[in-house]
Design a protein around this ligand. Structure first.
Ligand SMILES: [Zn+2]
Length: 331
């Protein structure tokens, strides 16, 4: 059975699935396609908005138990947060759990970030129930200015051959990974538009967020939370519909590399990570950089799965922390 983690015990594994039925941790190094067959959507307009109840109805008693247990202690952060889609979805799920259990659990959305002012404004205006406690700006904002300027100098002009750009971003990646390895404390805070000052980036239990560097990694892990990070990668560099598509050498490459370097560093490793992108996205690039720490999966979901009339398939890459998560299956 799972015990409450303590500082003395150090990092503990979180059981996503019921210990009685769990078959143990299965390490996977290959991308696993976990598409599943989904049933037809709702038959009337009003039912389109009842997806939490629909999904609840499909769960077994054990699965409902797991969902309730994990939602109670969920600690969420998002990157490239957009208009707060993850926060809204988690809030809908928690409302359902509270309704089913008669409890009054609150969601802990800790960090969000987005480079667009209007997205920051939307995130800040969300209901207090699921509003992120800290809202940060662009990912580049968390790098020391000197390093940021150095990396910008390394990015070639957009008109050069894509191979030359790719080569430049490979060098940038090496520099970033090296920076996070050597000086993780240098990238642990970022300006927060909520508090108007630099706030700590990686703490689970830091509601005021005004401490700079006092919490250690052990403090982070020892909180009895299930931490999740959701990242909406910028689709323009991946989608076949985009005229400016340049893949891993596009305008979003630097932000993506900073996100990767964080997840690769000791400070930024959540229990669960969920990457969302266009269906042309291939998670093998993430697995190449993060496969030593996470089991990486890839699946496709569609609005039609929830009964919507239009088809908009999206790639989802769930990633499970190999040290922290025990599961027999992800789907
Ligand atoms: Zn803050």
């Amino acid at each position: 059975m799972q015990s409450t983690p303590t500082k003395a015990d150090g990092p503990q594994k979180l059981l996503l699935y019921d210990p009685l039925t769990d078959k143990g941790h299965v390490k996977r190094t290959d991308i696993k396609d976990c598409n599943v067959q989904r049933g037809p959507g709702p038959l009337c307009y009003a039912d389109r908005f009842k997806w939490p109840e629909r999904c609840w109805g499909k769960l077994s008693d054990d699965e409902r138990h797991r969902l309730c247990r994990n939602m109670r202690k969920l600690c969420a952060s998002s990157h490239m947060s957009g208009c707060g889609g993850m926060e809204l979805i988690l809030d809908q799920i928690l409302l359902l759990v509270n309704k089913q259990t008669g409890e009054m659990n609150n969601l802990r959305c800790v960090h969000a970030c987005d480079s667009a002012d209007h997205c920051q404004n939307i995130l800040a205006s969300m209901d207090a129930r699921h509003r992120p406690k800290h809202i940060h700006k662009a990912l580049e904002d968390r790098l020391p200015l000197e390093l940021y300027l150095e990396l910008k100098e390394m990015i070639p002009d957009g008109h050069v051959l894509i191979d030359a750009q790719r080569c430049a971003y490979r060098r940038i990646k090496e520099k970033l990974f090296d920076f996070f390895d050597r000086t993780p404390h240098m990238a642990r805070s970022s300006h927060c538009v909520v508090h108007g000052t630099d706030c700590q980036l990686y703490s689970n239990d830091d509601p005021d967020g005004l401490t700079s560097d006092s919490q250690t990694r052990l403090d982070y892990w020892s909180s009895d939370s299930l931490s999740i990070n959701c990242a909406g990668l910028i689709c323009k560099d991946v989608s076949r519909e985009s005229k400016t598509r340049r893949g891993d050498a596009g305008n979003s490459a630097l932000a993506h590399l900073i996100w990767t370097a964080e997840r690769r560093s000791e400070n930024g490793q959540e229990d669960l990570v969920l990457v969302d992108c266009t269906v042309d996205f291939d998670a093998s690039s993430i697995a190449a950089d993060l496969g030593q720490r996470y089991d990486v999966y890839q699946t496709t979901v569609n609005a039609t799965d929830m009964g919507d009339k239009y088809s908009r398939p999206r790639a989802m890459a769930p990633m499970l922390n190999q040290e922290r998560v025990v599961t027999s299956d992800v789907c």
